[in-house]
Design a protein around this ligand. Structure first.
Ligand SMILES: [Zn+2]
Length: 543
């Protein structure tokens, strides 16, 4: 309850409160009516205490603005909990995957789909993808679809290929690849060939999607994340995705604040339908709002499908999903309709194409005000950075990819190109506001794994990629809080702890500013507050 006498309803003290990169650290924080009332010296903040003021004793722990994960896939994170876990932690070979599929097949009626996700062939014995023939041995009567960790490719068995109408006579769809051996599809489908498989699969029910949103949202709160951008709403069930988010909000089952990036073209686009129904960037509530329209222009660097200007070590250049003309049209179309636009571009060729499209769309000079974004933006050169700056484009990078995929980058791109990937420090020095994010379930939703990657730039194999691109902890925290809010257009309310801003706060289990970089991986959130309300309490410490 908000005291009527102008006093604070809550005071946090007893530990450092990091309020933002420019704001620095405060001794105490007063909240009132879900907002920050004051941040500063303990003696000053104490003057706002009244008899009814609730106290949160930090006991030396650090409090920060709640994390803002500006590029992730909330619904997919929740749905993954129900799929076969074939991530590197769960399997180490194709044989392990085949065994898991076989066990699942025995418990399901013939004809029922078996889905799994998260495999990384580069981190398995033999470094190869499963094939339809591997899977057919244990599941001749169940259609099977297994997604790779990057989300840009996956493997189907023969039953699934048949349902999708894919045979040796099927040509590659535009922007997609049906991988073949002696002309016969191996089951591996890449990029826009995934759409064909998606259409063959049964549509998920709204209630299933709401469950996924709730489950994943709770998980976010447990990591101190208060806000996210779902980076491709529509990719799971088309318009049902929007309906599911709205149903979740109505039912009080939306645990975190969500900005919806509307899938705009290819991969189940819903942006046109959204516009026809009156949806536009910025509309919505404090919990659920419309963000950018999202396009994919290339794939992933680890899967060698990100579009590069120079070949991978295997001689490929990656995959551009659209021609220049197509992308110009799509970007221009949604820019002129008034949307923020977010374009997935990882390779330098895709980034170049994207910058050119924004340049044409924004000839009227409205680009920077719209906060258009390049998602991932992994392999970028100095000239492109200058162009992005001129156009006011925001990069939304994932330093955690250095940790998770850095060893693969070294294999497929060599040392020099890998070292310059996701150049966080260069962006920081140039005055960009990189919106650091997890892309979960591609990488871990846990922000501290990502923060560690931004500070250490160490791969899972122990190699350091581009030590000069390391951030300080304060810079990384800023990139994961206020920069996320900026990229999602909510920095007027969220992202820092300043008077008047919404009191979304994470209390950590220690003070990482006092600990070593390696200890970051063990940090977790003890408390998460949304608008001053305790929504996660690991130890049950707040009454
Ligand atoms: Zn993504």
């Amino acid at each position: 309850m908000t005291p009527i006498d102008g006093k604070a309803d809550t005071i946090l003290s007893g530990g450092p409160i990091w309020c933002g990169l420019a704001q620095g650290t405060a001794e105490a924080l007063a909240l009132r009516g879900g907002k920050v009332l004051a941040a500063g010296r303990l003696s000053d903040v104490e003057m706002l205490a009244g008899p009814g003021t609730r106290r949160i004793d930090l006991r030396g722990r650090l409090a920060i603005p709640a994390f803002h994960d500006a590029h992730m896939h909330l619904m997919s994170l929740g749905r993954r909990a129900k799929r076969l876990d074939i991530s590197p932690g769960a399997v180490s070979s194709v044989a392990d995957i085949v065994q898991l599929v076989g066990v699942r097949a025995q418990s399901l009626a013939p004809g029922t789909w078996i889905t799994g996700s998260g495999y990384d062939h580069d981190r398995m014995v033999g470094k190869r993808h499963p094939t339809r023939w591997d899977l057919d041995k244990v599941s001749p009567d169940h259609p099977v679809w297994l997604g790779r960790c990057c989300g840009h490719m996956g493997v189907a068995n023969s039953a699934a290929l048949k349902l999708a109408g894919i045979s040796r006579d099927t040509p590659n769809p535009p922007g997609g690849v049906i991988v073949r051996e002696n002309g016969e599809p191996t089951g591996l489908l890449q990029e826009r060939a995934l759409e064909v498989m998606q259409e063959a699969m049964p549509a998920p029910k709204i209630e299933e999607l709401v469950e996924a949103i709730e489950l994943a949202g709770q998980r976010c709160l447990s990591h101190g994340i208060g806000s996210v951008m779902d980076a491709c709403v529509g990719i799971v069930g088309g318009w049902s995705d929007v309906e599911a988010y709205e149903a979740a909000e109505r039912a009080g089952r939306l645990p975190v604040r969500v900005t919806m990036a509307l899938g705009g073209g290819g991969l189940a686009g819903i942006a046109e339908e959204a516009f026809a129904k009156g949806y536009l960037t910025g509309k919505g509530s404090g919990m659920l709002r419309v963000g950018p329209v999202k396009f994919f222009t290339d794939g992933s660097a680890g899967g060698c499908t990100a579009a590069m200007s120079k070949p991978y070590t295997n001689g490929d250049l990656g995959v551009l999903m659209f021609s220049d003309r197509e992308l110009d049209e799509m970007v221009g179309h949604y820019h002129h309709r008034g949307f923020q636009v977010a374009v997935h571009a990882i390779g330098d060729a895709a980034i170049d194409q994207t910058i050119r499209s924004f340049d044409k769309a924004c000839a009227d000079g409205t680009c920077s005000h719209r906060r258009h974004r390049i998602e991932h933006c992994g392999f970028i050169d100095e000239r492109q950075m200058g162009e992005m700056q001129r156009l006011g484009l925001i990069p939304a990078p994932q330093p955690v990819f250095v940790r998770d995929f850095g060893d693969t980058y070294l294999n497929v791109l060599g040392e020099q190109r890998s070292a310059g990937c996701y150049p966080m420090a260069r962006w920081q020095r140039r005055g960009f506001r990189p919106a650091m994010s997890s892309d979960t379930p591609v990488s871990d939703v846990n922000p501290f794994v990502n923060l560690y990657a931004a500070l250490a730039r160490t791969t899972l194999g122990g190699e350091v990629l581009g030590a000069e691109e390391r951030l300080t902890l304060a810079e990384a925290l800023s990139a994961y809080t206020e920069n996320g809010a900026y990229a999602c257009g909510v920095d007027d309310r969220l992202g820092t702890l300043e008077p008047g801003k919404v009191a979304d706060i994470a209390v950590l289990n220690g003070d990482p500013f006092q600990a070593g970089v390696a200890d970051l991986k063990d940090v977790e959130a003890d408390l998460t507050l949304l608008a001053g309300r305790v929504v996660f309490d690991r130890q049950g410490e707040v009454r």
